[in-house]
Design a binder for this molecule. Structure first.
Ligand SMILES: Nc1nc2c(c(=O)[nH]1)N[C@H]1C(S)=C(S)[C@@H](COP(=O)(O)OP(=O)(O)OC[C@H]3O[C@@H](n4cnc5c(N)ncnc54)[C@H](O)[C@@H]3O)O[C@H]1N2
Ligand code: MOO
Length: 456
């Protein structure tokens, strides 16, 4: 069982994601300005949630603001902490403090292979020995020694542990030390690392492989954590093939294979990947029957004859939080609140535009739902000049070489060749960057070396 630590009189089980996030990320002002306040006041006034009229859609959101809005969007969503077996907890955020369930070490322990000795040398060595995992041994009396292994319990009344390389026996089998013996040497006293009840890690800590080890050592079988947000992927497009080579105007679905592991790396549990034909009724059915925290659609965000995402969101009365972003590629991306507890991220169909939507909208949204801390922003000089868009931010695949970001070719919206070789995306402001100019970088989950590399 997992204990329920308390914080200032609160039951940890009552902590919701918002509180955990506040603890994880308390230096950021996440209370947020416009978007949230506007949403809340609209709700409070009882007005129906509606998308803006079509003629307002060209008022795309600036890229930094779109990310901030996505990061704030889920803050009001209450998600109850869950008890998770250690083997399933990697990458989650602790929703209760990790308090030691035992002293560590939980008994006086030998730090070395050698002898437990009592009193001054020489010592008569007992016939038996003490191994790790053995129960308590009979007390030693002065002048006695017993062979002992690293990790074994120290017999009562032991003065010190003599390492095997620091002892020699005479012809009568008596043991001598070849250097001074300091009382207590090479004994790890019970409670040296912690006492039962000590807080080992606070609420908000990320469960890393090391945390799993610490939790196990401290007696845990489960930890109390923020659950992984559940994401369902709806792949739209009648032109998509799931196998073989493109033919007769049909193309391979590149997003079906790419999105599930990417979303997992961003902290989501992917519950399903469903292919939805270009039919408004089918899309309506798929969205309204989903029980995922986040529905991710691909394609159908623009204004073509079979682009059904906007009309469907209007039909269900979804609240459009972001409707188009001033970013290239990916400008038709969108974020909507479809129920009190569910969001929809609409990724454009062009594959690199979809990646842009993942990093712009899905990443901050999932991060908030999972109560993960925001990555520290960082910049590097770009080796080469990168053309900018006149008004919009560009996201350009780069490889990191030394302390420089090297822009890659094949960075068009429909291309994956650049991103497949990349370490990061460079954020290129309107107007572009000159050679040697610093640009912000968004690490790709597998290149960052962070917990995200664990595609569990
Ligand atoms: N009149 C306008 N047309 C378009 C605009 C615009 O502003 N005005 N924006 C363009 C941009 S930019 C993008 S990006 C796309 C976004 O289109 P949709 O989200 O509606 O996506 P689709 O039309 O369904 O597909 C676009 C493109 O991507 C291919 N695709 C779709 N899904 C997949 C997939 N799973 N794997 C691989 N490729 C996929 C699809 O076949 C199309 O070629 O709109 C532009 N048009
Ligand atoms: O979003 Mo589109 O793919 O910019 O070019």
């Amino acid at each position: 069982m997992t204990p329920h630590g308390t914080r200032a009189g609160e039951d940890a089980e009552d902590l919701d994601v918002e509180e955990v996030l506040a603890l994880v990320n308390n230096s950021n002002d996440l209370s947020g300005p416009a978007g949230r306040a506007e949403t809340d006041s609209r709700r409070a006034s009882g007005q129906p949630a509606t998308s803006p009229p079509p003629d307002a859609r060209h008022h795309a959101t600036p890229w930094p603001e779109a990310r901030a809005t996505a990061g704030r969007a889920a803050r009001a969503t209450r998600r109850q902490p869950v008890s998770v077996p250690l083997e399933a907890a990697l990458g989650l955020t602790l929703a209760a403090p990790l308090d030691a369930l035992t002293d560590l070490p939980s008994f006086d322990t030998s730090a070395m292979d050698g002898w437990a000795v009592a009193g001054p040398a020489p010592w008569d060595v007992r016939d038996d020995g003490v191994l790790a995992g053995h129960p308590v041994h009979a007390p030693l009396t002065d002048g006695e020694a017993v062979r002992i292994a690293t990790g074994a319990r120290i017999p009562p009344d032991t003065t010190a542990v003599l390492r095997s390389e620091h002892g020699r026996t005479d012809e009568k089998g008596r043991l001598y030390a070849t250097r001074d013996v300091v009382p207590g040497q090479d004994i790890r006293p019970r409670g040296q690392e912690c006492r039962s009840g000590d807080q080992l890690l606070p609420v908000g800590a990320l469960v890393t492989p090391a945390v799993l080890g610490l939790a196990a050592a401290a007696g845990y079988d489960t930890v109390t954590a923020v659950p992984r947000p559940r994401a369902e992927i709806l792949v739209l497009g009648d032109e998509l093939l799931t196998e073989g080579r493109p033919h007769d105007g049909l193309i391979r679905d590149a997003l079906g294979p790419m999105l599930p592991p990417w979303l997992r790396a961003l902290g989501a549990e992917v519950t399903a990947v469903r292919r939805v034909r270009d039919d408004a009724g089918a899309l309506h059915q798929a969205i309204t029957t989903s029980d995922a925290d986040v529905v991710v659609t691909t394609g159908g965000t623009a204004a073509g004859p079979v682009d059904h995402v906007h009309p469907t969101l209007r039909r269900i009365g979804a609240e459009l939080l972001v409707d188009g972003v001033k970013v290239r590629p990916g400008h038709p991306m969108l974020l909507a609140r479809i129920t009190e507890t569910q969001h929809l991220v609409g990724l454009p169909g062009n594959p690199l535009a979809a990646v842009s939507g993942l990093l712009t909208l899905a990443e901050p949204l999932l991060r908030t739902l999972a109560a993960r801390p925001a990555p520290e922003p960082y910049t590097l000089p770009t080796r080469d000049a990168v053309h900018g868009h006149p008004y919009d931010t560009r996201l350009v695949p780069v490889v990191l070489r030394g302390d420089q970001a090297v822009p890659l070719r094949y960075n068009g919206p429909a291309m994956l060749r650049g991103i497949a070789a990349a370490d990061a995306l460079a954020v290129v402001p309107p107007g572009g960057v000159r050679p040697g100019q610093e640009a912000e970088l968004l690490d790709l989950p597998w290149a960052s070396g962070g917990i995200g590399v664990c595609f569990t």
